[in-house]
Design a protein around this ligand. Structure first.
Ligand code: IMP
Ligand code: MG
Length: 180
């Protein structure tokens, strides 16, 4: 069954699970020998479903935290302006930080969050994104763990929204509904 405005499936539930499992294996391999505490930080709201699945595929001890930054409002274009709406509860100083994002598009949001978190002196800071739109990049972002590259399309489902809708859709589809 498809959701109105989201008819074209880009990745099925099963394909997403395979990508997430693969990321989990890479991340586990990277951190299993570290003696620092791992903190996995999800950027809300887009990453909440991916984060929930991903952490269960990472087989090493960790703590989790979330942060909300605002970028788009309800539009489909990044303004380049990022502000912290909700900060982390945990300190990241001297911890291994894995920052988890649903999608990296222009890179505006992420580059600013990375700069901010680096200022808090983590032992290390790595970046994981489920989706990557390299053709849209305006600011360079070094992605350590990348799920999959996608073309320049606006996608929704599996946590990703258009005007806060479609986050609950279990697959990832291309949004073709009306643009408000
Ligand atoms: P950036 O600052 O342009 O890299 O945008 C990052 C944020 O924009 C992501 O965390 C998403 O919340 C949102 N975003 C970018 N592209 C899409 C998309 O295709 N669908 C849904 N949200 C998107
Ligand atoms: Mg987001």
């Amino acid at each position: 069954m498809s959701e109105q405005g989201l008819e074209k499936t880009l990745f099925s539930k099963e394909e997403i699970a395979e990508i997430v499992a693969q990321l989990g294996r890479q991340i586990t391999e990277h951190y299993e020998t570290s003696d620092k505490e791992l903190i996995v930080v999800g950027l809300l709201r887009g990453s909440f479903i991916f984060m929930a699945d991903l952490v269960r595929e990472i087989k090493c001890p960790m703590i989790t935290d979330f942060m909300t930054v605002s970028s788009y409002g309800d539009a489909t274009e990044s303004s380049g302006d990022v502000k912290i709406v909700m900060d982390l509860d945990e300190s990241i100083t001297d911890r291994d930080v894995l920052l988890v994002e649903d999608i990296i598009d222009t890179g505006n949001t992420f580059s600013k969050v990375v700069r901010l978190l680096k200022g808090r002196k983590p032992a290390s800071l790595r970046i994981c994104t489920l989706l990557n739109k390299p053709s849209r990049r305006k600011v360079e972002v070094d992605i350590d763990f990348c799920g999959i590259d996608i073309p320049d399309e606006f996608v929704c489902g599996y946590g990703l929204d258009y005007a806060q809708k479609f986050r609950n859709v279990p697959y990832i589809g291309i949004y073709e509904g009306p643009v408000e």
